[in-house]
Design a protein around this ligand. Structure first.
Ligand code: PHE
Length: 370
């Protein structure tokens, strides 16, 4: 009996003194494992006489239970301490900077579009939009393209298969159909709320959007962007057109003034028609606008053809107007120096990271071009 008491006192003291879970487990194996001290005592019961077993059995079993309970209690204490230590070491430092996040960038075309819209908004133009899939009437006929005339092919048009009614829709080849939608007063509501529909003159709109032609080289992509402008008022002449374009171009290239010239051209929907060139210098390998002795074509324009006004129900003897159409991607290329237009739509993130803009520098019609 005394032996057991000494053994218990000694074991309990050692259990109490253990400082870590590994030592505690070693103690458990030494006492309660297969050949542990207490296990051997329990085994010895088998070789005792029934009387001896009756006398010693309860004491040894109780000893095992108390030692096992002490080990479990100590284990719980050590585990709690270990968890506390882990939590203390793993504390969150909220003053640390956050890990860097990958930032997106505004595509140069969208940036240029916003810059252009902001400038035209300052000049008093409002926005009008139209659908990318157009019918022949809005894209060609109303714009004075003669029926079945090869001029319809001049734009390298993407035609859809004819529908059940034989009508062949097109991917619009320019944003000029929005002119027609803006001027035309019909009894049918527009197919969507954002699509322009008949305004009374005077009219002053720009229509930005995607346009499509079968063309692909360093300066052409099958999908590109245009901003069309339309002004309809009384006594409008080419001088108003020139002032508007000169003012816009100077503002867009952040110059006090620019030198431009009209070059005669042909568009079915304007008469007279012109292309405007801007003075530039390409000698250093990049295009510098507003200096040098070269010219860069920048915009197609002209006075709205009387037939177009008539097609839209506007009396050309009362109202005149001018229209112009800018290639947005082309203008972006001239301002920001992208060498190949096709890269603009290749979705290469390295290109976007290089040429893209911070969302914080995007102008809008309310803020203007800062
Ligand atoms: N729609 C013409 C084009 O895409 C541009 C243009 C617009 C020309 C308005 C004159 C007037 O080439």
């Amino acid at each position: 009996m005394t032996d057991h008491t000494t053994l218990e006192t000694e074991l309990l003291a050692r259990i109490e003194a253990t400082g870590d879970l590994a030592t505690l487990d070693a103690l458990r194996v030494a006492a309660l494992g297969k050949s542990g001290t207490i296990s051997l005592l329990l085994k010895s019961l088998g070789s005792m006489s029934p009387d001896e077993r009756r006398a010693n059995g309860p004491g040894i079993n109780a000893l095992r239970d108390r030692v096992a309970a002490a080990i479990n209690a100590r284990k719980a204490v050590l585990e709690a301490a270990e968890l506390d230590a882990k939590l203390a070491a793993g504390r969150l430092d909220l003053s640390l900077p956050a890990p860097p996040r990958r930032k997106g960038a505004v595509h140069p075309t969208m940036q240029v579009m916003d810059e252009m819209i902001a400038i035209f908004a300052e000049l008093g133009f409002s926005l009008a939009e139209g659908p990318d899939i157009e019918d022949d009437f809005h894209n060609f006929t109303a714009l004075n393209f003669p029926p079945k005339h090869p001029a319809r092919e001049m734009h390298d048009t993407f035609f859809f298969h004819p529908g059940p009614d034989g009508e062949r829709k097109v991917l619009r080849t320019h944003t000029s159909p929005v002119q027609v939608r803006t001027m035309q007063r019909t009894n049918t509501p527009p197919p969507a709320p954002w699509i322009a529909s008949g305004q009374e003159p005077p009219i002053r709109i720009i229509s930005p959007g995607r346009t499509y032609r079968q063309d692909s080289d360093a300066t052409h992509t099958p999908m590109f962007h245009q901003i069309e402008g339309l002004v309809i008022d009384r006594n409008i002449h080419m001088g108003h057109l020139k002032w508007t374009l000169d003012t816009f171009i100077a503002r867009f290239f952040e110059l006090d003034s620019v030198v431009t010239r009209f070059r005669p051209h042909h568009f079915p929907f304007t008469e007279p028609s012109a292309e405007m060139d801007v003075q530039c210098d390409t000698s250093g390998g990049e295009v510098k606008i507003g200096q040098g002795s070269e010219w860069s074509e920048i915009v197609g324009c002209g006075m709205v053809h009387p037939n177009v006004l008539r097609n839209c129900g506007i009396d050309p003897d009362v109202w005149q107007g001018f229209a112009f159409g800018f290639g947005v991607d082309r203008l972006g290329r001239l301002k920001y120096g992208m060498p190949d237009l096709r890269d603009m739509f290749a979705s290469d993130v390295r290109w976007l990271a290089h040429y893209g803009f911070s969302a914080f520098s995007a102008p809008n019609p309310a803020s203007g071009l800062s």
